[in-house]
Design a protein. Structure first.
Length: 290
């Protein structure tokens, strides 16, 4: 399976965000072949038909739809490329991390993670407002200045918050403050302590709740239980270390709290179908997008 990596140096300087119409991204991989990317994607569809298979979820495409895809989500496109007209907003997580000092911002958005649909059909007024903001960001990239990074970060946060509000209204998301708070505090601890490979009971005790309650609230907010979320995040961490570092399998196992490298290999193969070595060999030479 192919992996497409974000090209930080597309414009001759390091920039971890990109935006533009479909003709600006002629290499975008609208193919049936399974593939993944290492960046966040917002795709604004203005015309076209067909569907996207995102992991195991089928999304029927239509004009006026925005599709949200987080990194390393397996996807297949079943579309007629000649009929497509869309715009892309792409960014790496690192683009916002230092700016916000908030590791939970992207996790808390309802459309990238969780059990709710990964698309939005904004009302006409919302579509126009979002489109205007998108055009401002694209223009800023085209006319890059010394303060453009700060401007683009603030605009991206504003856009994502506006999308979150529209999304919450459209789907009438029934997540209460209590459930959201516990689920996000768990996600925060998981991000900070993923290197220790702790289990559900550990996190439940840290959050002064029971394993049953933690699983319940994770199911409400993320659509999966706490144990599955831990395994999902741990696999993501292993993939990142395999792709972006020169650490050996032994060193990765040690850094993530596995007692033996063989334990990590069995865990990884069970969830991905590949050994760590096979995954590194297959993906480390991935294609750079853009």
């Amino acid at each position: 399976m192919r992996i497409f990596k974000f090209n930080n140096w597309k414009y001759g300087k390091e920039l971890m965000i990109d935006a533009g119409a479909i003709d600006r991204f002629p290499g975008y991989f609208f193919e049936e072949e399974p593939h993944v990317t290492d960046f966040y994607e917002l795709i604004f569809f203005e015309a076209g038909s067909g569907y996207l298979l995102l992991d195991d979820k089928k999304i029927a495409l239509s004009a006026g739809m925005i599709v949200f895809i987080s990194p390393f989500r397996k996807r297949r496109w079943f579309v007629k490329k000649k009929t497509l007209n869309c715009r892309f907003l792409l960014f790496r997580e690192e683009f916002l991390r230092e700016y916000l000092k908030n590791e939970l911002f992207l996790c808390a958005l309802p459309f990238f993670y969780g059990k709710f649909p990964h698309f939005l059909n904004p009302e006409e007024k919302e579509w126009k407002m979002l489109s205007d903001l998108f055009k401002q960001m694209m223009s800023e990239i085209d006319q890059y200045k010394t303060d453009s990074d700060a401007y683009l970060r603030s605009q991206l946060v504003y856009l994502l918050q506006a999308l979150s509000r529209a999304y919450t209204r459209q789907y009438d998301i029934p997540v209460g403050i209590k459930e959201q708070s516990l689920a996000l505090r768990f996600r925060y601890l998981l991000e900070r302590e993923i290197n220790a490979a702790y289990g559900v009971v550990y996190y439940a005790e840290k959050l002064f709740t029971s394993r049953v309650t933690l699983n319940k609230y994770c199911n409400v907010f993320f659509g999966i239980n706490a144990g599955d979320l831990i395994r999902q995040r741990l696999v993501f961490e292993i993939k990142s270390l395999l792709l972006y570092t020169n650490l050996t399998i032994n060193e990765i196992a040690d850094s993530l709290g596995f007692q033996e490298p063989s334990n990590l290999s069995r865990f990884f193969r069970h969830l991905t179908g590949l050994t760590p070595s096979e995954y590194r060999k297959t993906y480390q030479g991935g294609l750079y997008f853009g």
